[in-house]
Write a protein that binds this ligand. Structure first.
Ligand code: HEC
Length: 153
C-alpha cells in the first residue's frame, strides 16, 4: 500500500505539468514546491498553469486557445490561413495544414506545431519572431498535447 502511494506521488510529479488528475493523492507543500522547481510556471498569468492543490484534470483546448489566438491566429485564420493551417478553432486545427496534421495527440515530439514553436522545425513560429512564445506557453502547449490534446468542455 505504501509502495502504491509512492508510485502515485512519483507519477503525479512526473505528469504534474499536465495537471492530470491524481486520484487518492493530494499534493502536500513539499511536492508542490518540487513541482514548481521542476516545471516553473507563473501562476495567475493568462497562460500560467495553476498548481492547484487538487488538479481538476488535463488542460483542455480552452487552456491553449488564448495563446493561439493571441500569437498565431493573425496569420492562421480566415479564408487563406498561412500554411493552410487554421489555429483559431479546435476542429480545423486538428485537421492540420498543407503538411498534414500538426498535432499528434499524446506525442509532443512528433507534433509539428510543438516543433515549430520550439524552433526544432523551421521556420520557427510565430513567423517573424522573436518574440517567440515564452517557455511557460510552450510548456502548456506540450502538456496539452501530452494529455491527448482534448477539446474539453
Ligand atoms: C506572421 C504570420 C504567422 C504567424 C504569426 C504564425 N505563423 Fe505559422 N506559418 C506562417 C506561414 C507563412 C507558414 C507556412 C510557411 C512554412 O511552413 O514554411 C506557417 C506554417 C506553420 C505550420 C506548418 C503548417 C503545415 O502544415 O505545413 C505550423 C505548425 C505553424 N505555422 C504554427 C504556428 C503557431 C503555433 C503559431 C503561433 C505560435 C504561428 N504558426 C504563428 C505564418 C505565421
Amino acid at each position: 500500500m505504501r509502495k502504491k502511494t509512492g508510485f502515485f506521488a512519483l507519477f503525479c510529479m512526473l505528469v504534474g505539468a499536465a495537471a492530470l488528475p491524481c486520484p487518492g493523492f493530494s499534493l502536500d507543500e513539499k511536492s508542490v514546491s518540487t513541482l514548481s522547481t521542476a516545471f516553473p510556471v507563473e501562476t495567475g498569468t493568462r497562460s500560467g498553469v495553476l498548481l492547484a492543490q487538487k488538479p481538476e484534470g488535463p488542460p483542455s483546448y480552452a487552456a491553449v486557445a488564448g495563446i493561439l489566438r493571441e500569437s498565431c491566429a493573425s496569420c492562421h485564420s480566415g479564408r487563406r490561413p498561412a500554411g493552410g493551417l487554421h489555429l483559431d478553432a479546435y476542429g480545423p486545427m486538428m485537421k492540420g495544414g498543407k503538411g498534414g496534421p500538426v498535432i499528434v495527440a499524446g506525442d509532443p515530439a512528433k507534433s509539428e506545431l510543438i516543433r515549430r514553436v520550439k524552433g526544432t522545425s523551421t521556420p520557427r513560429m510565430p513567423k517573424g519572431g522573436p518574440p517567440w512564445l515564452s517557455p511557460e506557453e510552450i510548456g502548456l502547449l506540450e502538456a496539452w498535447v501530452l494529455a491527448g490534446a482534448p477539446e474539453g468542455k
